[in-house]
Design a binder for this molecule. Structure first.
Ligand SMILES: [Mg+2]
Length: 265
């Protein structure tokens, strides 16, 4: 008897910069405000460098910047105090950065038609994720499951949120699962889990600005932002880097061809 063709069984999406919040603006604005208030202003580039990891880990990584060490020495409280301040500020502004990225509801419908389950993971806390879930649902996007670092015991680059999603979705093997995200930590999460890792370069952290601001750049500036963004995801080890999620069906077909023994692209 012939065995059935192998199919991709699930896609696990990131949130900010991948399915909502074009340019991944919400965390950057909030981190910059928290550090500014603490007397240690950080640049946007610094705020974006470790994007995608659990927010407490992100704050801890920023506090390790050599440039901040003198200011930090004067500060009585470290990461805990900054994190305590970060949580309410991020929750307060999250709704305004919850716009679903163009094409996502249509892609989700396409995946479901193809029998592919939809999971999600994030660097946000559970409470933050719940805000996004509610807002995204109003705009037509609801993944089949969603996991935050606290739900799974650790955030990116650890693979545990993906493992939790696979159990919840009842899908296996992880070699037939695709993880999609906009940051290097997303790519590493997928690689550590043993999934295919797909970087989306044109809507997230590497673009770093709202959709209309990006669209108003001239062709050369746009190309340069995209080039840098692609390079970062490529350097993190992505199996595929795409500009937008509109290219994901092509990636799925290619992965399926490779699962079934084609040499692949
Ligand atoms: Mg993201």
């Amino acid at each position: 008897m012939l065995s059935a063709a192998k199919k991709v069984c699930a896609v696990i999406f990131d949130w900010a910069g991948t399915t909502v919040d074009f340019g991944s603006l919400a965390p950057v604005r909030t981190l910059q405000r928290v550090f500014e208030e603490a007397g240690m202003p950080i640049t946007e580039e610094e705020a974006r460098r470790d994007m995608g990891v659990a927010k407490r880990d992100h704050i801890a990584a920023l506090l390790n910047l050599p440039r901040l060490q003198p200011a930090l020495a004067l500060l009585e409280s470290g990461v805990d105090a900054l994190y305590e301040r970060f949580i309410p500020l991020q929750l307060a502004c999250l709704k305004q950065y919850s716009t679903v990225i163009s094409g996502v509801p249509e892609l989700a419908a396409h995946l479901r038609m193809a029998g592919i389950k939809i999971g999600s993971t994030t660097g946000y806390t559970r409470a933050m994720l719940d805000v996004l879930l509610e807002e995204a649902a109003k705009q037509g996007y609801t993944p089949d499951c969603s996991f935050s670092p606290e739900d799974a015991g650790a955030g990116r680059p650890y693979p545990f949120m993906i493992y939790a999603a696979a159990v919840k979705l009842q899908v296996y093997p992880l070699g037939a699962v695709i993880k999609v995200g906009d940051t290097a930590s997303d790519i590493k999460e997928g690689l550590n889990a043993g999934t295919w890792s797909v970087g989306v370069a044109g809507t997230g952290n590497g673009i770093g600005m709202a959709s209309n601001d990006f669209q108003s750049l001239d062709a050369e500036q746009k190309a340069e932002r995209l080039r840098k963004s692609r390079m970062e995801l490529q350097a993190a080890g992505a199996h595929y880097v795409i500009d937008t999620l509109a290219e994901l069906p092509r990636v799925i077909s290619d992965v399926e061809a490779r699962l079934n023994g084609a040499s692949g692209a």
